[in-house]
Design a protein around this ligand. Structure first.
Ligand SMILES: NC(=O)c1ccc[n+]([C@@H]2O[C@H](COP(=O)([O-])OP(=O)(O)OC[C@H]3O[C@@H](n4cnc5c(N)ncnc54)[C@H](OP(=O)(O)O)[C@@H]3O)[C@@H](O)[C@H]2O)c1
Length: 186
């Protein structure tokens, strides 16, 4: 689901142009990491926010720069890399953080959030609250691509299908520290 979310966000809500800077906020998380992987595959130069302990993994997904969001001046770092005007596209994967990203998006740019916290539009910035839709064929293609690229994810827990409800609760609570896997063969 994280990979499918990332793919749908970056193909259905924004038009990524090869070589341009885009901002992925929350790249240390599972979905944020997949957003980096898909955006870099589409040719974007990704500025990602994450904790230092996740910087190496986020770089392995193809990020051009990883900014530590704990630093007081992390927004200045983003501007220094992308240019004073900000990024044309920002994607938020951190609950409640989308409004704080608006100032980093260039006039007429796009801000997509997956955490239902899109702010009101301003300066012509298009704001989208996005929700993933099931698509097994697209997921198959993404899985093949990720295996080909030898991408890895931290796995927080593996559940049986009968435990799917508890697994979903764990993932939605945002405290899993890695992917929550349902293995129907167990
Ligand atoms: N709309 C949809 O269709 C859809 C689909 C999938 C997920 N979601 C939602 O998207 C959110 C993220 O999902 P996820 O699976 O990626 O969660 P996750 O793996 O639990 O992400 C947690 C990570 O977010 C990072 N983070 C926390 N606070 C941050 C902050 N203030 N600034 C920057 N990064 C911060 C941390 O990274 P560090 O460890 O690097 O600090 C943390 O490890 C959840 O709310 C989930 O419900 C929505």
């Amino acid at each position: 689901m994280p990979a499918l979310t990332a793919s749908q966000v970056l193909t259905k809500t924004v038009d990524v142009r090869p070589g341009e800077f885009i901002l992925i906020h929350g790249a240390g998380g599972v979905t944020g990491g997949m957003l980096v992987a898909v955006a870099s595959e589409l040719g974007a130069q990704v500025i990602a926010t994450a904790s230092p302990g996740n910087a190496g993994r986020v770089q392995s997904y193809g990020a051009t720069a990883v900014v530590d969001y704990h630093a007081d001046n992390w927004r200045q770092d983003v501007r220094r890399i992308a240019g004073e005007g900000g990024v044309r596209i920002a994607v938020n994967a951190v609950g409640g953080a989308a409004p704080s990203l608006m100032a980093l998006v260039a006039n007429g740019g796009k801000l997509t959030t997956i955490t239902s916290d899109g702010p009101a539009t301003e300066r012509g910035v298009g704001v989208v609250n996005f929700y993933v839709s099931p698509d097994g064929e697209a997921l198959d293609r993404l899985a093949v691509d990720f295996v080909d690229r030898r991408l890895t994810l931290p796995i927080a827990a593996v559940h049986r299908l009968s435990e799917a409800g508890a697994a979903l609760q764990m993932a939605v609570a945002g405290k899993a520290r890695g992917a929550v896997v349902i293995d129907p063969t167990q």
